[in-house]
Design a protein around this ligand. Structure first.
Ligand SMILES: *[C@@H]1O[C@H](CO)[C@@H](O)[C@H](O)[C@H]1NC(C)=O
Ligand SMILES: *[C@@H]1O[C@H](CO)[C@@H](O)[C@H](O)[C@H]1NC(C)=O
Ligand SMILES: *[C@@H]1O[C@H](CO)[C@@H](O)[C@H](O)[C@H]1NC(C)=O
Ligand SMILES: *[C@@H]1O[C@H](CO)[C@@H](O)[C@H](O)[C@H]1NC(C)=O
Ligand SMILES: *[C@@H]1O[C@H](CO)[C@@H](O)[C@H](O)[C@H]1NC(C)=O
Ligand SMILES: *[C@@H]1O[C@H](CO)[C@@H](O)[C@H](O)[C@H]1NC(C)=O
Ligand SMILES: *[C@@H]1O[C@H](CO)[C@@H](O)[C@H](O)[C@H]1NC(C)=O
Ligand SMILES: *[C@@H]1O[C@H](CO)[C@@H](O)[C@H](O)[C@H]1NC(C)=O
Ligand SMILES: *[C@@H]1O[C@H](CO)[C@@H](O)[C@H](O)[C@H]1NC(C)=O
Ligand SMILES: *[C@@H]1O[C@H](CO)[C@@H](O)[C@H](O)[C@H]1NC(C)=O
Length: 449
C-alpha cells in the first residue's frame, strides 16, 4: 500500500514520538518545579527578569493567558476563570505589575507622559513588564486604584518618542546610545503586539513584526544564520558591542518571535498578517537550523554557540540550552516544525537527568542526585546573566528557562497525544486510521523489546 504524503509524515513522526517518549522518565515532578519556581521568585529583581518571570508564570500556571494556548482568542478573557483565581496562580503575576506601577507613581510624583515602567539603562527591558501591566488593566485589578493603562501608555510612548532609533526605525536597546541587542526581541515586540490586541491597534501589531524584521536585518549573520548579540554601539560609550553568537541571545530572539507570531495568529487580525506569521515561522526555524548543528554530544550548548568548549573563556551553558529547547517544543506544537525535536529531547533528558532513582510521585520535592540542578533548585552550569561572557551561578533567567522548557514539553506531549493513537476511539477507525493502529503496534513492540 502506498502512503499519501501527509499520512507518511504523520506515520514517521508518530513512530518517532513513541520512541522518544522513553525520555519521559526525566520529567520533573510538580514538587520539583515548585522548588525551581521559588528560586526564580526570590532572585528575579531586574526589569527583564521580572518580565521573563511574569511570562513564565503564564506558561506554567495560568495558560488561559499564555499566547501559546491555541484555544484562547485574543484579547483573553476579562474575567479570570475560577480555576485560576482559586489556585491563586496569577497572584505573583499581578504583584509584579502592581509593585512596578506603584513604585513609578511614588517616584515620579504622579507625572504623566512618556516614561519607562522602571528607570533603567536598557530602553527595552522595562517594556517586558508591560504585558503584565496590560493584563492587570484588562482584568480590572485593584478596582481602578492603580493606573495600569496610563503606565502602559507612557511606556509605549517612551519607546516611540524618547529612545534612539536607526534611520530605518529599529528602536535602540539602550538609553545612552543607539545599540541593538538580540535580547530586545523578547523584551519589546511582545509588549507592542499585546498592546495592539488590547486596544485593537493594527499599527502596533505591524510595529511588533517590523521591529523583529529590522533587528533580524542587523543581527543575523548571513554566513552562519545565527544572530549576533550586540551591534552598532560605540565601544567607548556605555556597553561594548558583542558580535559573537551568544547562545542565550539566539534563544531570546526565537522565543520573542514565537510570542509575537502567536499573538498575531490569535488576534482578530490574523488574516491581515498572514505573510508576517509565515516570515516569523521561518525565522524561528532559521535560528534552529543554524544553531543546533553546534550542539555537541554533551547535549548542552556553549555560551557562544560556535565556540569549542575548550576555547579560552568558553563554557557550557545550561540556561540557553533550556530556552532553545523550549522554543523547539513550541515550534513543533504550534508550527509543525519537528526536525529538532530529537535534539530538544536529548537536551531535556540531560538537563533533567539524575543519577539517583527518578522520583515517581508528583509530591517529591527533592533534587538530590540531579546532574544539572542543585539540591536547592538552581540550574547549572550557567552564564552570568549580568556579565554575559562569564560563567556564573544562580541565574534568575535560567530558572525561568527551566520552567519554560518544562511547560513547553508538557504542552507538546499533550498535543501529540491528542493527535496520535487513541485506543478509546477504535470503533471510529477508518482507512487512514489504520496507520494509527500500525503505529500503536510498533510502539507496543518497541516498548517490550
Ligand atoms: C506554579 O504554581 C505552584 C502551585 O501553586 C507554585 O508553587 C509555583 O510557585 C508556581 N510557579 C510559578 C512559576 O509561578
Ligand atoms: C487553554 O485555555 C483553556 C481555557 O482557559 C484551558 O481550559 C486549557 O486547559 C488551556 N490549554 C492548555 C494547553 O493549557
Ligand atoms: C520598588 O521600590 C522599592 C523601594 O524603593 C524597591 O526596594 C523595590 O526594588 C522596587 N521594586 C521594583 C520592582 O522596582
Ligand atoms: C526616573 O527618573 C526620573 C528622573 O530622575 C524621575 O523623574 C522618574 O520619576 C523616574 N521614574 C521611575 C519609574 O523611577
Ligand atoms: C509633587 O507634586 C506636588 C503637587 O503637584 C508639589 O506640590 C510637590 O512639591 C511635588 N513634590 C516633589 C518632590 O516634586
Ligand atoms: C485598559 O482597559 C480598558 C477597559 O477595559 C480599555 O478600554 C483600555 O483600552 C485598556 N487600555 C490599555 C492600554 O490596554
Ligand atoms: C495606534 O497606536 C499608535 C502608537 O501609539 C497611535 O499613534 C495611533 O493613534 C493608534 N491608532 C489607533 C487607531 O488608536
Ligand atoms: C584568555 O582570555 C583572557 C581574557 O580574555 C586573557 O586575559 C588571557 O590572556 C587568555 N589566555 C590565553 C591562554 O589566551
Ligand atoms: C503528576 O501530575 C500529572 C498532571 O499534573 C499527571 O499527569 C501525572 O500522572 C502525575 N504523576 C504522578 C506520578 O502522580
Ligand atoms: C550523583 O550526583 C551528585 C550531584 O552531581 C553527586 O554529588 C553524587 O556524588 C552522585 N552520586 C553518584 C552515586 O554518582
Amino acid at each position: 500500500m502506498i502512503l499519501k504524503g501527509v499520512e507518511a509524515i504523520r506515520f514517521v513522526s508518530l513512530i518517532l514520538s513513541c520512541q522518544l517518549s522513553e525520555a519521559d522518565g526525566q520529567q520533573l515532578t510538580d514538587g520539583q518545579v515548585d522548588v525551581v519556581s521559588a528560586r526564580l521568585a526570590e532572585s528575579a529583581l531586574l526589569p527583564w527578569e521580572l518580565g521573563t518571570r511574569a511570562q513564565t508564570i503564564l506558561e506554567l500556571n495560568a495558560t488561559t493567558y499564555s499566547v501559546f494556548n491555541t484555544s484562547v482568542d485574543l484579547p483573553p478573557p476579562v474575567r479570570i476563570p475560577s480555576s485560576i483565581s482559586t489556585a491563586g496562580s496569577l497572584v505573583p503575576f499581578f504583584a509584579i505589575a502592581k509593585e512596578v506601577v506603584t513604585n513609578r507613581t511614588l517616584s515620579n510624583n504622579n507625572t504623566v507622559g512618556p516614561q519607562p515602567l522602571v528607570n533603567d539603562s536598557s530602553a527595552a527591558d522595562p517594556a517586558s513588564i508591560g504585558v503584565s501591566v496590560l493584563l492587570a488593566n484588562l482584568t480590572g485589578q485593584d478596582s481602578g486604584e492603580v493606573d495600569y493603562a496610563g503606565a502602559a501608555t507612557d511606556q509605549l510612548n517612551y519607546l516611540f518618542t524618547d529612545v534612539p532609533k536607526t534611520s530605518d526605525g529599529a528602536i535602540s536597546h539602550r538609553v545612552a546610545q543607539l545599540q541593538l541587542w538580540s535580547d530586545f526581541v523578547y523584551m519589546v515586540p511582545p509588549f507592542l503586539a499585546t498592546y495592539g490586541v488590547m486596544t485593537n491597534n493594527i499599527t502596533l501589531l505591524e510595529a511588533s513584526y517590523n521591529q523583529i524584521k529590522l533587528y533580524r536585518s542587523y543581527l543575523r549573520d548571513s554566513q552562519t544564520g545565527m544572530w549576533r548579540h550586540v551591534v552598532l554601539g560605540d565601544d567607548s560609550l556605555d556597553t561594548p558591542n558583542d558580535p559573537g553568537f551568544w547562545c542565550t541571545g539566539n534563544g531570546w530572539a526565537a522565543a520573542g518571535m514565537l510570542r509575537v507570531l502567536m499573538t498575531l495568529r490569535q488576534s482578530e487580525f490574523a488574516n491581515t498578517f498572514t505573510n508576517e506569521q509565515s516570515d516569523l515561522s521561518s525565522w524561528v526555524s532559521e535560528i534552529h537550523t543554524a544553531i543546533y548543528p553546534h550542539l555537541d554530544s554533551s547535549n548542552i550548548f556553549t555560551n557562544y554557540a560556535d565556540q569549542s568548549p575548550t576555547a579560552n573563556g568558553s563554557f557550557y551553558d545550561a540556561a540557553c540550552t533550556a530556552l532553545l529547547a523550549s522554543t523547539v517544543y513550541r515550534a513543533a506544537t504550534l508550527l509543525n516544525q519537528n526536525t529538532y525535536i530529537p535534539k530538544a529531547e536529548a537536551s531535556r533528558a540531560t538537563l533533567f537527568s539524575t543519577n539517583a532513582t527518578a522520583p515517581t510521585s508528583n509530591a517529591t520535592t527533592t533534587l538530590a542526585g540531579y546532574q544539572h540542578i542543585t539540591s536547592d533548585g538552581w540550574l547549572t552550569p550557567v552564564v552570568n546573566p549580568h556579565s554575559y561572557n562569564l560563567q556564573g551561578s544562580e541565574s534568575p533567567e535560567a530558572q525561568a528557562f527551566v520552567i519554560q522548557l518544562y511547560a513547553a514539553h508538557r504542552d507538546w506531549v499533550l498535543a501529540t497525544s491528542k493527535t496520535s493513537t487513541s485506543p478509546p476511539s477504535l470503533k471510529h477507525l477508518g482507512g487512514k486510521n489504520m496507520w494509527a493502529i500500525a503505529v500503536g503496534l510498533v510502539c507496543f513492540y518497541s516498548r517490550w523489546t
